[in-house]
Ligand binder design. Structure first.
Ligand code: FRU
Length: 491
């Protein structure tokens, strides 16, 4: 990771020399790894999606942004808009860290539509002269012309007694005449939790209680909580930090997952099943959801993780957001499918059917760097089969399916340049049923794999050379009958 001094990290864009910013823009634009159809920062570092909402006939999606380089410096909110969740337009800075309450970062938060305004509730990060952290929960309003006005004082001025200053990322919803917010928190004994607040007007908030779960000692901090009802289930998402890995689970530095069950709205006690990761790949964190205009629950995550170095850091930019996913509850589990509007990006289609065997074959003319590939597994008599993506002479990103274990493994050992601070080169997940379909979205430097129509998702960044365009298949032994459908994706 690139080392920056504290002064450098807390420079404002407004005082940064214009010529230096233009040079940064130029360096970023010439990067080999710029994505084609994912949301990515114009310069600098992107992290959490924020304020996601349908307002004034458009989707508004903001993200955490440090403009001046690929480090977690002074965070702004950057604004994007979309008509269809398939293509997004950059709209510039929405919230600047320009008050005493957010002087060291306009941290994550959410959006809720109230009459003619989109209300944005977020965390103001402040550091005292002794560099002690202070967290304020703040409110801003965006009108229909896109003008944002910040309220002058915090709506929640401090964490309650018993909790540390790690108190952030309010997610707001409205129910039965009240606004509620779930806020990520850390108890004084350094365990993570979620606090629930209530308000009549978004300004005057009172603490109700913790959101009580069976996970009383599960990491030292929970970031970016979310709560929603889906069908007749209550869903709570959160990102625990400090959870140990176990078998195939929790290999990334921080986790992002959900619990499903019933939330008692009097006591805020949740009866729930186990914590399940939302993504079983390498690069996924801090997701946020909203309802689309038809009432579907849509999730977008940050395709990256804190405290991890990425090959583009030295080019002055880092990260992108995932594709939007539609959530449903089926058989007591969340399913995640890519939003249907992504079909609009489909260009030329190629289809083919055939056997994969021990012999490693290249699919012609199945090449590319930006495409959607649907692989239907029509008959599988192999012990293990392999699908390799973004293959060049030296590179390959490998998906392995082991039939007897029903285990899918994503391996990026040979994917090119590697992120740093990452544990291991592969991630695995065991499916509930045999693997019958993979829907794969490949962009210049990422792969998102939806398994069995959204049963599991595996996401990874990859940093391959530009001639890594091939697709290969083979088996360990035995044969598989595949149907391939590949679409070029064009924005
Ligand atoms: C999660 C997070 C949030 C915080 C934001 C700061 O990635 O640490 O908890 O609000 O990023 O950028």
């Amino acid at each position: 990771m690139i080392e920056w001094t504290r002064e450098e990290r807390y420079q404002t864009l407004e005082t940064f020399p214009e010529a230096a910013y233009s040079a940064l823009e130029e360096m970023v634009t010439s990067s080999l790894y710029r994505q084609q159809y994912h949301i990515q920062p114009p310069t600098g570092l992107l992290n959490d999606p924020n304020g996601f909402a349908y307002f004034n006939d458009q989707y508004h999606l903001f993200y955490q942004w440090f403009p001046l380089g690929a480090v977690h410096g002074l965070k702004y909110w950057y604004h994007t808009v979309s008509d269809d969740l398939a293509t997004f337009k950059n709209n510039g800075i929405a919230i600047r860290p320009d008050t005493q309450f957010d002087s060291h970062g306009a941290y994550s938060g959410s959006g809720i539509v109230v009459d003619d305004e989109l209300k944005l509730m977020y965390t103001g990060n402040h550091r005292t002269e002794d560099w002690d952290r202070k967290s304020y929960q703040l409110l801003a309003s965006m009108d229909k012309d896109g003008v944002i006005t910040k309220s002058t004082s915090p709506v929640i001025a401090s964490p309650p007694e018993g909790y540390t200053e790690h108190f952030r990322d309010p997610k707001v919803w409205f129910e039965d005449g009240n606004y509620y917010a779930v806020i990520g928190a850390q108890r004084n004994d350094e365990t993570g939790t979620i606090l629930v607040y209530q308000s009549k007007d978004l300004t005057d908030w009172s603490l109700i209680s913790e959101l009580k779960t069976d996970y009383t000692n599960f990491g030292y901090m929970w970031e970016c909580p979310d709560y929603f009802k889906l069908g007749d289930m209550d869903v709570v998402l959160f990102c625990p930090q400090g959870v140990d890995k176990f078998e195939d689970k929790f290999w990334n530095i921080y986790q992002s997952g959900y619990i499903l069950g019933t939330l008692d709205k009097e006591t805020f006690e949740m009866m729930h099943g186990e914590f399940i990761e939302l993504d079983n790949g390498f690069d996924f964190y801090a997701p946020q959801t909203t309802l689309d205009k038809d009432g579907n629950r849509i999730l977008i995550g940050w395709m990256g993780l804190p405290d991890t170095g990425y090959p583009t850091d030295k080019e002055g930019w880092a990260h992108c957001l995932t594709l939007p996913r539609v959530l449903t509850v089926e058989d007591n589990k969340l399913r995640q499918r890519p939003v249907p509007s992504l079909k609009k990006l489909r260009g030329q289609v190629e289809t083919a059917e055939g056997y994969a065997t021990k012999k490693n074959v290249k699919l012609h003319p199945y090449e590319g760097k930006q495409y959607e590939l649907i692989v239907d597994v029509l008959e599988n008599e192999s012990t293990e089969f392999y699908i390799e993506l973004r293959v060049s002479k030296k590179e390959s990103t490998m998906i392995t399916y082991n039939q007897s274990e029903r285990r899918v493994t994503l391996d990026r050992f040979d994917s090119g340049l590697q992120p740093t601070g990452v544990d291991g080169f592969s991630r695995s997940v065991v499916l509930d049923s045999d693997l019958s379909q993979l829907q794969i979205f490949v962009d210049t430097s990422s792969i998102e794999i939806f398994l069995n129509d959204g049963e599991k998702v595996m996401t990874t960044r990859i940093f391959t050379s530009s001639d890594a365009t091939g697709i290969r298949t083979s088996t360990e032994s035995g044969q598989v009958y595949f149907k391939f459908t590949k679409y070029d994706l064009i924005v």
